[in-house]
Design a protein around this ligand. Structure first.
Ligand SMILES: Nc1nc2c(ncn2[C@@H]2O[C@H](COP(=O)(O)OP(=O)(O)O)[C@@H](O)[C@H]2O)c(=O)[nH]1
Ligand SMILES: [Mg+2]
Length: 481
């Protein structure tokens, strides 16, 4: 459909068209790329599945999404999944996931660690004057495609690598991993590296062994110690790279001002590291990240909080690294290394908020807000708009009270997966600031996994959630006006 002729005409007639309303987009349907990320197990798969299910259901059951303006103002006319068409990425498995959750014995969807996408189309009556006018001219309501991309947050931890040489990265990494519980988790790797020097002859075998031990350490640090700031990201979430030989590297001690001589172990590692940066890290930003305009970062704040001081500090470090990808001001790492369109809205969401009673949920978000330097970034006009909120993609608990030490406290109740009994879960008061060093409890890594509720796999009733509508309104609400 030709839209060009009236756009300039209407634009001239009235000033309100100037603010980013693209008439051609509105008439022909437009696409907004919404990227979903977060570290492993932060809740990406469940979030996308529930979000899609609730968007598809919103036409039938508007009560599920009251904070989404297009629903609340009764303008949503239809929603459907986009055909996979010629999409470049593997498709997000919405159908399989929702069926797993809806089955007789409800299950959480299987984990994934690569890049996936799915499009959802929404047809609506525009709310803004230009949109309405256009709708009248063209005789059709507006449509928009929200293309949702799921990718591991671990990959964003690699952005700083682009600015670091292999020697610099090795030094920083080893310094970090020789302290505290990291040293405990890394003991095998560190003792292996103690027997090898950067200037010994290059050996594929030694490099591979070092890599395997390093990777085993990263997995242990994540799963047994609750750590988050673990690099390189593809060692934990390889995606489609599987076992490419250029991944076989690890940090090695390289003294300051040392040149890595050819044919040494250090030089071999360096070559692989440089390939990794070029072929994997830079490519992800160029081929994918650059096209995202809206981003939600999911953070399991509660798990890190309960996992103890070092795990919590480590998550804070990881958040700081992740944030660098959304800082575009002059002098930022991103602007020095990369170019192209930018993300303009970023939502940080504290997930699984159904693990704490209602009164504690805003604390989760406040704690997340105080973990990273969000306000400072907001002040810089050249960066994205940020917000923080608690969410639960699938409410799996109910509230109750319990007497503890003579006091009645709010708890949540759910059925842990694999158990035939309900269990009460109580975490005390969630602090709104990172706790002081002397106030930490012993690490606790056993946050219960509650069974999801019974879900209807047909998208009619939707799934009970916390704030999915509010999140979507922040992320794409302006495109649904
Ligand atoms: N109670 C509760 N658990 C959740 C929620 N979202 C995710 N989970 C749990 O977290 C696990 C990991 O979620 P998943 O979406 O697979 O994480 P991903 O690795 O980031 O894709 C799930 O298997 C669930 O047990 C939620 O909203 N409420
Ligand atoms: Mg996943």
């Amino acid at each position: 459909m030709a839209t060009t002729w009236y756009a300039p005409y209407v634009a001239k007639a009235s000033g309100w068209l100037s603010d980013a309303v693209n008439l051609a987009d509105m008439a022909q349907g437009s696409t907004v790329n919404l990227a979903v990320t977060g570290l492993s197990r932060s809740g990406k798969t469940v979030f996308i599945t529930s979000l899609i299910h609730n968007i598809l259901s919103a036409v039938h059951n508007p009560n599920r999404m009251p904070l989404l303006n297009v629903v609340a103002s009764n303008r949503l006319m239809g929603t459907w999944l986009e055909d996979a068409g010629a999409n470049r990425l593997p498709r997000f498995r919405y159908q399989d996931n929702i069926e797993a959750m809806a089955a007789g014995a409800p299950l959480w969807p299987a984990g994934t660690d690569d890049l996936r996408e799915i499009g959802i189309e929404m047809r609506f009556q525009p709310a803004t004057a230009p949109g309405k006018l256009l709708s009248e001219i063209s005789g059709t309501p507006a449509t928009i495609t929200i293309r949702i991309v799921d990718y591991p947050g671990e990959w964003l931890l690699d952005l700083p690598l682009l600015a670091q040489s292999y020697a610099e990265w090795s030094r920083a990494t080893l310094r970090l991993y020789r302290r505290g519980i990291r040293a405990e988790a890394a003991s095998e790797f560190l003792s292996f590296m103690g027997q090898h020097r950067h200037d010994e002859p290059a050996s594929d075998e030694v490099a591979k062994q070092a890599h395997d031990l390093y990777r085993a350490f990263l997995i242990k640090a994540r799963d047994a110690y609750g750590l988050s700031h673990l690099q390189p990201g593809r060692f934990l979430c390889p995606g489609t790279l599987a076992d490419a030989p250029f991944l076989w590297f690890a940090p090695i001690d390289v003294p300051d001002n040392t040149h890595l001589a050819p044919n040494t172990l250090g030089a071999l590692m360096q070559e692989r590291y440089d390939t990794y940066k070029r072929e994997v890290v830079a490519r992800f930003y160029e081929d994918h990240f650059r096209w995202f305009s809206r981003q939600i970062v999911l953070v399991d704040v509660l798990r890190a909080l309960l996992a103890g001081r070092e795990a919590f500090e480590d998550q804070r470090l990881a958040l700081e690294s992740i944030l660098q990808s959304f800082r575009y001001g002059s002098g930022s790492l991103f602007s020095k290394l990369l170019w192209g369109p930018h993300i303009d809205r970023v939502l940080f969401a504290a997930t699984k908020a159904d693990h704490v009673p209602d009164v504690q949920r805003d604390h989760l978000a406040e704690l997340l807000r105080s973990m990273a330097a969000f306000p400072a970034i907001e002040a810089k006009s050249s960066s994205a708009r940020f917000d923080v909120m608690p969410i639960a993609s699938v409410i799996s608990t109910v509230e109750d009270t319990q007497e503890i030490d003579g006091q009645r406290v709010q708890v949540v109740v759910g059925r842990p997966v694999g158990s035939d009994k309900q269990a009460k879960f109580f975490v005390g008061t969630v602090p709104i600031r990172p706790p002081r060093p002397d106030t930490w409890n012993a690490p606790f890594l056993n946050v219960p996994v509650f069974e999801p509720p019974v879900i209807d796999s047909s998208p009619v009733d939707g799934v009970a959630h916390i704030n999915l509508d509010r999140a979507l309104e922040f992320l794409v609400g302006d495109r649904l006006r």
